[in-house]
Design a protein around this ligand. Structure first.
Ligand SMILES: [Zn+2]
Length: 478
């Protein structure tokens, strides 16, 4: 009986974000499960759209779950968090003595000591288990991968949608690819792209990324995948990468070259599509509602603080008659609203804790609704997953039609339940503002095709020329 150790350790690190990502950030629940160990992995992930869940469903072998941990994208992962979780994974694999391992990783994790953290993890496993030990990895489309990572993995497969609706499908593909690699040797080829693309331009909802991913099956490989990279990461291997596996080295090389050529060809077509916040609000007010305004530069799903006030100010200045905003990360405003109770009118300082991006908004609000912040996601990305965002409150800025939902846990609004938790049905409002770059589209595009990407300062700069890189490898354009 073949025995496979399985584990997950996901983080997307924005090295420019103001707050480090700690062990406690991995231990707590957010919009996905809290750190989960051992056999609990089978129970917690059953039926969820998460890579390890897809692997478990598709794998026909005995599985030994070690642990699974993920934190909201943010600043550098602390050495304590990395060492604690990595050690537990490596020790768990060594003690289980399995025939192979599957890892559910992101590919853009960075610690100050390990700028290539996933390669470090794989190398540690390899050192213990030997050069022939099969290691299959599934990755996020936003991974920043290196040759060292490619060398340490046996096979790699990557999400092919952004918004990522194919988490479980990718895990299932990793199971099939691992099986294939254990039956007969596969040859791998790795290439890196030499330009960065703004995150809002990477969506597979539109070209050019849609065509790039649709064409992957045409190049004759057993498996061919592309990561477009995660730009706000000041590391040498920031940028796109290509992983091909085939029955011969020549076939793997040819497939990787074909994907690299396609990637090179579409470079001029990636357009961030951003418009200034005031213009976005004016355009939204001129259109029949509902209209969605995304705030990609404050997307907590890319390390944003999720509490900037730029778009909120633009709504106030334009006196937008009916606008709803979710979710502003503001534990103290949520606590003040809970202390005051529904119906109360209170003075608050909303958001703006990191004044390099925006100032707090000092306003009177009425407390419209309170919630414990627990809900079940219902959209295509995390449908079925339970979220726990701590105390949540819906605040109406006094004497305006602008309502803001404040939450205690920083989490990306990628599901309409981020509004419903506080009693708002998004489709009923003229302007819907989301702290998200692209993932919101999976669920919200059902409401309206009228989507605007507004520019307000935040920790996820989508205008790549403004990012103060110092460590990109030579030749990487942006
Ligand atoms: Zn991603």
């Amino acid at each position: 009986m073949t025995r496979i150790a399985i584990a997950g350790f996901q983080h997307e690190t924005n090295t420019f974000a103001p707050a480090d990502t700690t062990l406690s950030d991995f231990q707590r629940q957010g919009a996905w499960p809290a750190l989960t160990r051992g056999g609990e992995v089978f129970r917690v992930f059953d039926g969820l759209n998460i890579p390890i869940a897809g692997f478990i469903s598709a794998c026909a072998h005995e599985m030994i779950p070690i642990l699974w941990a993920m934190a909201e994208p943010g600043g550098f992962v602390t050495e304590e968090a990395f060492e604690t979780i990595a050690n537990e994974i490596v020790t768990g694999i060594v003690e289980a003595r399995p025939d192979a391992a599957y890892l559910d990783l992101h590919g853009a994790m960075v610690t100050r000591q390990h700028p290539d953290a996933e390669a470090e993890l794989l190398q540690r496993i390899r050192r213990e288990m030997g050069p022939d030990f099969p290691i299959a990895v599934s990755l996020d489309l936003h991974g920043n991968l290196s040759p060292a990572f490619f060398e340490a993995a046996t096979v790699v497969t990557i999400y092919r949608t952004y918004p990522h609706t194919d988490f479980a499908q990718t895990g299932a593909r990793a199971a099939a690819l691992l099986d294939r690699a254990m039956k007969a040797p596969l040859f791998g080829a790795f290439r890196q792209g030499d330009y960065l693309t703004p995150i809002t331009a990477q969506t597979t909802e539109f070209s050019p990324a849609r065509d790039l991913y649709a064409g992957l099956d045409r190049h004759g490989a057993v498996s061919l995948d592309v990561a477009l990279g995660f730009p706000p990461a000041d590391i040498p291997h920031c940028g796109p990468s290509i992983f091909a596996y085939a029955d011969t080295q020549a076939a793997a090389d040819a497939a990787a070259e074909a994907a690299a050529a396609h990637l090179a060809e579409i470079e001029p077509l990636f357009d961030a599509g951003l418009i200034p916040a005031a213009e976005a609000v004016a355009r939204a007010m001129a259109l029949p509602g509902p209209v969605i305004i995304a705030d990609p530069q404050d997307n907590p799903g890319a390390g944003g603080t999720s509490d900037t006030t730029g778009i909120l100010r633009a709504l106030l200045e334009a006196q937008a008659p009916d606008a709803v905003v979710s979710m502003l990360h503001d534990p103290s405003a949520a606590a003040a609203a809970h202390a005051a109770g529904e119906g109360a009118r209170i003075s608050v300082r909303l958001g703006g804790t990191h004044t390099q991006y925006s100032q707090p908004l000092e306003v009177e609000v009425t407390v419209e609704a309170l919630s414990d912040g627990r809900f079940r996601c219902s959209g295509p990305m995390f449908g079925g997953s339970e979220a726990d965002l701590g105390p949540v409150a819906r605040l109406r800025i006094a004497d305006t039609g602008i309502q803001v939902i404040v939450g205690t846990e920083r989490s990306q609004n990628l599901d309409q339940e981020f509004f419903r938790v506080a009693g708002i049905e998004p489709v009923e409002h003229d302007i819907i503002c989301v702290k998200s770059a692209v993932h919101f589209m999976a669920d919200y595009k059902r409401i309206t095709p009228n989507i605007l990407f507004a520019v307000a300062p935040g920790a996820n700069p989508c205008d790549l020329s403004s990012i103060p890189f110092t460590r990109l490898r030579p030749g990487v354009r942006r």
